[in-house]
Every structure is written in C-alpha cells, then in structure tokens.
Write a protein that binds this ligand. Structure first.
Ligand code: GAP
Length: 512
C-alpha cells in the first residue's frame, strides 16, 4: 500500500468510526474546517489532558490560563500580525490553482533530499554490512551534486525571504522549473502577500463599529495577561503560562485533512525568563517537549528536528519538531525563543509598564520568552496515522488502531456473549461499576467477533466478555486489543487491571 493510499484510508476511517467529520457536510461542507465526532472528541480531550498535566501539573512554576478569542484590535497591531502575518501566494494561470510560493520551493528542496536518500538506500543494498553511510554521503559524486544544488536553492530562498523579495521568490520558482502539480505548466502569476487573519465586527454593524480579529494564535492572550498572572499568582521568574484554545487562520492552501485547517486548536506555553538565560531555557524546553512526544511510544524514528533557517524578526532561535506523517515529515510543534519582543511591543502600544522586579538582582527588566506551541489537531493526526494498522488474521483483514492506551477514546468494552440468560443484566452491573472511573462502552448486538472488530477499529485496549461461566464463578474473559490474547479474570480485578494500563500516569511518569 502506498503512503497516499494509507492516508486516504485513514481519512475515511476517521469518518466511518466517528472520529472526524467534514464541517457542514449536510450543506456540502466547508473547506478546511472539521468537526470531531463521538470518538474524536474523547481522543482530543485525552491529548489535552496529557499536555495539560505534563505542562501545568508536573511543573510547579507553570500555571494555566483561558483567555478570550476576541481581543482588543490594537493587540494584533502590536504583535505585528496586522502588518506581517502574511503568506506569499502565487497562482497558476492554466489550472487557476493558488499555491503558497514558499511551500512550492520547500517541497522542491525536499525532493533533493529524497534523491540523496534514494542513492544512500541503493548503496546500502549494494554494499550490505560493509556500508559506511557517513563516508558514502561525503564522497559519492551524485550525492555531493544534489547536496550542492540543494544548498544553493536554500541560500537563495532564505535571502529572498529575509529581504521580503517577492520577485526573487518567483524567480526561484521559474529558474528551478517548478511546475503546477495540476496543469504541469510553469505559467505563473506574480507573487503577492496575503494576510491570514479573519476579521469581524464588534457590536452592531453600524458606524463606528470596530473591526476585530479572530486570534491567529493563542499566545497573545498569554502576553497581555502576563502582569495579571504574575501579580495575582505572585510568580517568580522563571515561570510559565499555558493555554489550550482555538485559533483561526485564513489558510489559502488548506490541504492534507486536519493538518492545515482554518479553525484549529493550539496548546501553547510561554515561559518568562531573565534576559541572557533564554537560550539555556530554550534547550531545556526542546528536550522536555521531545520527551513528551516520545513517551507515547510511537517510535523515536518518527520525529526529527528542523532548525529554522530564517528566523522571525523577534526570535533568536527556533526549531520545529517534525513528525513522519503519511505525506512525509512535517511540523507538529514549534519551540521558539521570542526574546522580549511581544512584551515590549505591548508595553509600547498600551503605554503601560510591563516589567518584572527581580528582588535578588535588585533590578527591573522586561522578561524574555521561550515558547512551546503545538497544534492539537496535528497531534491528533500523528496519533491516528501511526496507530492505524491493517493485519491479516486468518483469511480476514483486521483494522486496529493501536492508540496508546491512556489516550484511547474508550478504555473498555463490556460485551454479554448472548442477549439472554441474565448475561446483559450482569454485564450492565459490571459496566455501572467501571464507568465511574473509566470511559466504557456496552454492546450486545452482533456476534462477539464482529463486536471485537468494531472495538479494534476505534482503538479500545480491552474488551470483557460476560458469559455463562461469569454468572457461576464471577469471572469474565478479558481480551487485549494488540495481541488479541484472552484471559480469564475475576470481575473484582477488572478495574485494577484496566486502570493500571490506561492510566495517564504511565505517560507522565516517563517525563519525571
Ligand atoms: N505562537 C506561535 C505559533 O502560532 P506556528 O508555528 O504558527 O506558531 C504553532 O503554529 C503550531 O500550530 C504549529 O506547529 C502547528 O502544529 C499548529 N498550526 C499552525 N497552523 C495550523 C493550521 N492551519 N492548522 C492546524 N494546525 C496549525
């Protein structure tokens, strides 16, 4: 199965099993906006819980916040979003399709990497155990040529971005012969800047009504509450403020399902530090965040770092954690050292002093900020796509979502073997006991095999089957999702066994 086919299957699986629906589907849908169904919302809530507990509960110096989506419009002027939150766009005149010019070039650059990797793999097969990858990469002429071409395009691209040179960006597309994936032609328009913020009106749409924006990031809600939280919480630097909430961007090229949406959710944390110590904290947070991802056990090889070649004007260091999605390695989380840019801008635009008085050093300063920013929907997609698995069981294919047990939407399914002989009543009794602590599902329709398959498809780690023996000796069959193994356990032990495996503490413990 190609990665493209796999991705298509994941998308339709998400719909078929109540994880994700196209928004407004009844009215033919709204592009790049999605709704989370009955299983999706559970998984999403569990991811949020894992993030919140890891950030706020495990770090005593990090506290939470829930700021409003609507904010004073000057905030977006101060943050630079009104003037500079743009994407460079280009249209293909033949297909009439619109693209992000920077993404076209980035994808083109990535192709050089693919070519290099292919050469490496070919050589690995040829030389077998004797293969020395490092030596091959540094001496093979073809690899060196691809590398040199890639470096040259990259350098031109970074310079054009830094100079905000839209003609220069277009020229790279022309010179590199980048074609429209739909029409296959190089018939490109000029490159234009497009602001990504949605706006609306506050109050009645009448004279004097104010234009306000739907926040394109949650971070600004944290910056403008810095003083409130620091003072009321008597916070000492270094400290952090964490928030989970919706963000909105008028993405022009919205694609790859929930990877790039117009309405999405972010989990962000701003860590306020003493100027001069920011790079040290930046490294600490990089390490912590990667550990958080890896604790899920989806495979360490699924993650890689991407260092930003071009830094935003306010940043002095920035890395992305990239995840190996079915469509390749793409950003899932950004870790940025944002200096004191945002607080200084809000100080200037609001006319109010935003400073911290450091009693030990007996000095006042505007704190520097290290930010960790992860897209909840991208995190969701990373889990679903690495969990999706098709395997042959006898002469049928079983689809199973190997979601880490603490994040699974349903932890245990309670299944009476037949709909008679008092088994449903006993099953319901067990269910009522378990549901105080665990998200459970009760199912009595269809054969037990079909019910197991349905639970596999939504990633339920445990199924318990109540049969005639249960009424006699107080035991049930406990079936494990991943191995399909079944064991006989006492009804009194179920809660402990399931809780032990599904407890979010299993993940959190790995972060200590
Ligand atoms: N406050 C910093 C900030 O917003 P960003 O790199 O633009 O930085 C952070 O966004 C994260 O938000 C990304 O790593 C990504 O996971 C998520 N994200 C950004 N745009 C998105 C979109 N259109 N759809 C889904 N997730 C998005």
């Amino acid at each position: 199965m190609t990665q493209e086919d796999l991705f298509k299957k994941i998308v339709s699986h998400c719909k078929e099993y109540g994880f994700i629906f196209q928004s407004s589907e009844l009215y033919d849908g709204l592009s790049a906006v999605y709704d989370y169904g009955q299983n999706g919302v559970e998984l999403k809530n569990n991811i949020k819980e894992y993030w919140w507990k890891a950030m706020v509960q495990l770090n005593e110096e990090v506290v939470g916040l829930d700021s409003a989506i609507f904010m004073h419009p000057t905030i977006w002027k101060a943050s630079g979003h009104v003037d500079a939150f743009n994407d460079p766009l280009i249209d293909n005149k033949d297909s009439k399709k619109r693209y992000r010019a920077d993404v076209l070039i980035e994808d083109h650059i990535e192709k050089f990497n693919d070519k290099i990797n292919k050469e490496v793999e070919k050589a690995r097969k040829r030389f077998g155990d004797a293969f020395n990858e490092e030596q091959f990469r540094s001496t093979n002429q073809r690899v060196l040529d691809y590398q040199a071409k890639m470096d040259a395009v990259k350098a031109r691209f970074v310079k054009a971005l830094e100079d905000n040179d839209l003609d220069g960006i277009r020229q790279i597309i022309i010179d590199e012969g980048i074609v429209c994936p739909i029409s296959g032609t190089k018939n490109w328009t000029e490159v234009r800047q497009f602001n990504l913020m949605f706006d609306t009106k506050l109050g009645s749409v009448a004279e004097g009504a104010n234009t306000i924006y739907l926040r394109p990031e949650t971070a600004q809600g944290i910056f403008v509450n810095y003083l409130n939280v620091q003072k009321t919480g008597r916070m000492k630097i270094p400290f952090g403020i964490a928030q989970i909430g919706k963000a909105f961007r008028n993405e022009i090229v919205a694609r790859q399902f929930i990877f790039r949406m117009r309405e999405f959710e972010q989990m962000e944390m701003q860590y306020f530090v003493k100027p001069g110590t920011e790079l040290e904290w930046f490294e600490k947070w990089r390490e912590k965040r990667l550990k958080w991802h890896k604790a899920l056990g989806m495979g360490d090889n699924k993650y890689r770092w991407h260092k930003h070649d071009k830094l935003a004007h306010y940043a002095n260091a920035a890395y992305d954690i990239e995840f190996d999605f079915p469509f390749g390695f793409k950003e899932i989380e950004g870790i940025h050292s944002r200096t004191n840019f945002d607080l200084s801008q809000h100080q200037q635009f609001s006319g109010k002093k935003i400073q911290y008085f450091d009693n030990e050093a007996n000095e006042a300063y505007t704190p520097y900020v290290v930010e960790t920013s992860i897209g909840l929907d991208r995190m969701f997609l990373s889990i679903i796509s690495s969990a999706y698995c098709e395997e042959q069981v006898g002469d049928e294919t079983r689809v199973v979502l190997r979601i880490p047990a603490p994040l699974a939407p349903v932890k245990v399914a309670v299944l009476p073997l037949v709909k008679k002989d008092g088994l449903p009543e006993l099953a319901e009794k067990i269910m009522n006991r378990l549901k105080l602590n665990l998200n459970c599902q009760y199912e009595e329709k269809d054969s037990i095999g079909k019910r197991y398959r349905r639970q596999d498809a939504i990633g339920t780690p445990f199924c318990i089957t109540v049969d005639h023996q249960s009424a006699e000796d107080g035991t049930v069959t406990l079936r494990h999702r991943d191995t399909m193994e079944q064991e006989r356990v006492s009804i009194d032990d179920i809660e402990r066994i399931v809780t032990e495996k599904c407890d979010i503490k299993n993940l959190l413990r790995q972060l200590m």
